[in-house]
Design a protein around this ligand. Structure first.
Ligand SMILES: C[S@@+](CC[C@H](N)C(=O)[O-])C[C@H]1O[C@@H](n2cnc3c(N)ncnc32)[C@H](O)[C@@H]1O
Length: 275
């Protein structure tokens, strides 16, 4: 029988299949963590923290929208820094103290002329009040899918309260194709900037409302603990996000496919608050 282990992300989604086997092979050495906690944040940053995915599309949209930018779920600043490169003031809102710590560390090594235009804020994107409005609020990297359904109305309300007249909410979401070999799993090898390889195992069955992604080092050290990072993410088709936005008083003004990879198809939505 396949081992079933609980991932710490999202309160214990079971790890099954390849991810569970990989953890079982490591035995007591395996230390499971969330991808955005103290142990996982450096792995996220190493693997994805500076990739250019979505950057071109978001910068194109932002060039049409004057004013300050609010970067939601900013992480270690993958999108924040290109937004600062446009010469805008950017507020980077992030929930994880460890991810925002990485962002602060990167800002500390940035010239003051850039650093002074960035305001990191630790807050929950579904419940925040910054006391100011922005020309654009961005939620990239399909991070809306990290919010459970009951938290998304709070996101839509907070974004509306922070948009300046004429401002836009730019967000991306992802559609996932089913795996055709019947395993409901995919695996790629991802190499971080420091050259370390990770097995990136994704578990998702067509129709499931969440998918789980697990990172296992390809070459674990000969002894000692081995960090295995997991995250459980909602699968939110663009049609569902559009319906939710419209119910929350937005009009979706454009929908742009973002070139991506494999079975993931990202879509950039541009929404305007009507009331
Ligand atoms: C996929 S990462 C994206 C980070 C960054 N935007 C990037 O492109 O690399 C998602 C981020 O959302 C953060 N996050 C998760 N839930 C959040 C919430 N409720 N409010 C704010 N940030 C949250 C995580 O800590 C993580 O840093």
């Amino acid at each position: 029988m396949a081992a079933t282990l609980l991932s710490p992300a999202r309160g214990g989604t079971p790890l099954t299949g390849r991810a569970a086997r990989a953890v079982a092979e490591l035995g007591e050495r395996a230390v499971l963590c969330d991808l955005y906690d103290e142990a996982g944040a450096p792995i996220y940053h190493d693997l994805a923290g500076t990739t250019p995915h979505e950057v071109r599309e978001l910068l194109t949209a932002l060039r049409r929208l004057p004013g300050a930018v609010l970067d939601l779920a900013a992480g270690s600043g993958r999108l924040t820094f290109p937004f600062l490169g446009l010469g805008r003031d950017v507020t980077a809102l992030e929930l994880s103290t460890h991810m925002i710590g990485l962002l602060r560390g990167r800002l500390a090594t940035t010239p003051p002329s850039v650093r002074e235009r960035c305001t990191p804020v630790r807050a929950d994107m579904s419940d925040f009040a910054l006391g100011r409005r922005f020309g654009a609020v961005v939620l990239g990297t399909t991070s809306i899918s990290l919010l459970p359904p009951d938290a998304r109305p709070g996101l839509y309300r907070c974004v509306r309260e922070h948009l300046a007249p004429g401002g836009r909410f730019l967000l991306t979401t992802v559609e996932v194709d089913a795996v055709t070999d019947g395993t409901d799993e995919t695996e790629i090898i991802a190499t971080g900037r420091d050259g370390r390889g990770y097995r990136m195992i994704e578990q998702w069955s067509a129709g499931d409302t969440t998918r789980t992604v697990t990172m296992v080092p390809v070459e674990p050290p000969a002894d000692g603990p081995v960090t295995v990072a997991t995250t459980t993410i909602g699968v939110l088709p663009a049609s569902q996000v559009i319906a939710e936005l419209e119910a929350a008083g937005y009009a979706v003004r454009s929908l742009t496919p973002v070139p991506g990879g494999g079975r993931h198809h990202d879509v950039l939505l541009e929404a305007e608050a009507l009331r």
